[in-house]
Design a protein. Sequence first.
Length: 146
Amino acid sequence: MKFIFLIIFPMVMPGLTVWHNNLDEAKQLALQQHKHILLNFSGSDWCGPCIRMHKEIFDDAGFSIMADTELVMVNADFPRLKKNQLSAVQQKLNDQMADEYNAQGNFPCTILLDAKGKTLKEWDGLPDESAIEFTVEVKNIIDGDK
């Protein structure tokens, strides 16, 4: 039984990307851990490209492995369905992030930031590249910023 677990566990592990929902906390973590921040604005229950981005890029094993070592992941979600409504506190945090980084209200909008919150790269909409290409692009930007 242990043998099967050792084979299966690494296969499911990469999809376990930790997402944060407070940019100030993410900045503190990024500074402490010497990481960059990837901020994603999404509409998890209404935005088709947002849903695809999470499935096709963020849930990709290669991206997850890179993100775990290089990034603090932040999601500012703007769901529309009442059952997915955010708390007032979380909605305020998301609105503040949008005011600063996504005033145009693009979905999805993904922004690579340094640990202090400086924008290094922005992707409006679903990137027109594979998960591998997106991962390599993010990694190259991070490496160039060190």
